[in-house]
Design a protein. Structure first.
Length: 247
């Protein structure tokens, strides 16, 4: 395996082991700093991690009462009450099962009338609360992190994104049909993500192997947004062995 200075890489045997490793890392963050600000991701990858965090709350007394969370993104336009919204996902997988305080949960508002103000307020709130201590990321097969799609520049702050066809197709599995997948989303920018003190990226499956290798060893460029992580001082990748197959 080639070495990438600064980025720690854990290769696990399975999706289950990736999920428990990630949950232990978050659990340690929460125990060491019970008022941590966490950045959270949705999608298929972190479902097992959230399941383990719920178990740690129920069986091991992991205390979420002082924790603040900011989610990376939300579809736009989409109502919070839709069972496809990331608000719903987070309630279903984590918030509905642990003792987190509702007023410390932040997710971009997929129904915002004034998108610019919503985005500016989101970044301002992160700053006001002292920034993100630990940011969890998944990764798209095209290298998107959050919904920062391949582009000619790295978007700085939270913004409205046009989802690319590859992302719409990848996410169609969560909807009844591809036509139901929203074509836009509100997403934290690369700049917002990059300001996090620590970043943990999770990936599993053969379909992520190529982009993981590119992210770690490819040239840093906005056409593959995840490559920017090479410049961050504290990044940990937790992979299953399939996603690590090309390292
Ligand atoms: C989700 C997010 C996306 C996903 C990525 C991978 O909040 O920001 O970047 O992490 O699309 O999705 P899955 O995990 O479904 O492969």
């Amino acid at each position: 395996m080639k070495q990438n200075k600064g980025i720690k890489i854990y290769v696990t045997e399975s999706y289950e082991e990736m999920s428990t490793t990630a949950a232990h890392l978050l659990g340690a963050q929460i125990r060491l700093n019970p008022t941590s600000v966490l950045g959270l991701a949705t999608g298929g990858t972190p479902v097992g991690m959230y399941k383990n965090l719920v178990r740690m709350y129920k069986e091991e007394g992991l205390d979420f009462s002082g924790i603040t969370t900011f989610n990376l993104d939300e579809y736009y336009p989409l109502s919070r009450s839709s069972d496809q919204s990331y608000y719903y996902y987070m309630t279903d997988h984590l918030f509905g099962h642990v003792n987190i305080s509702k007023d410390r949960i932040y997710i971009p508002d997929g129904e915002a009338k004034d998108v610019e103000t919503e985005c500016a307020n989101y970044d301002a709130k992160i700053e006001e609360l002292g920034g993100i201590d630990l940011q969890v990321l998944g990764i798209g097969t095209n290298g998107h992190i959050g919904f920062n799609e391949p582009d000619t520049f790295f978007p700085k702050s939270t913004h409205l994104v046009d989802l690319v066809e590859e992302t719409i197709q990848a996410n169609a599995r969560f909807f009844n049909s591809i036509d139901e997948v929203p074509k836009q989303a509100l997403s934290m920018g690369i700049g917002s993500i990059f300001k996090a003190k620590k970043i943990v990226l999770l990936a599993n499956g053969t379909h992520k192997a190529k982009i993981i290798a590119e992210t770690l060893y490819g040239n840093v460029r906005p056409e593959v947004p995840s490559t920017i992580l090479q410049f961050h001082p504290d990044v940990t990748f937790i992979l299953d062995k399939e996603a690590a197959a090309e390292l």
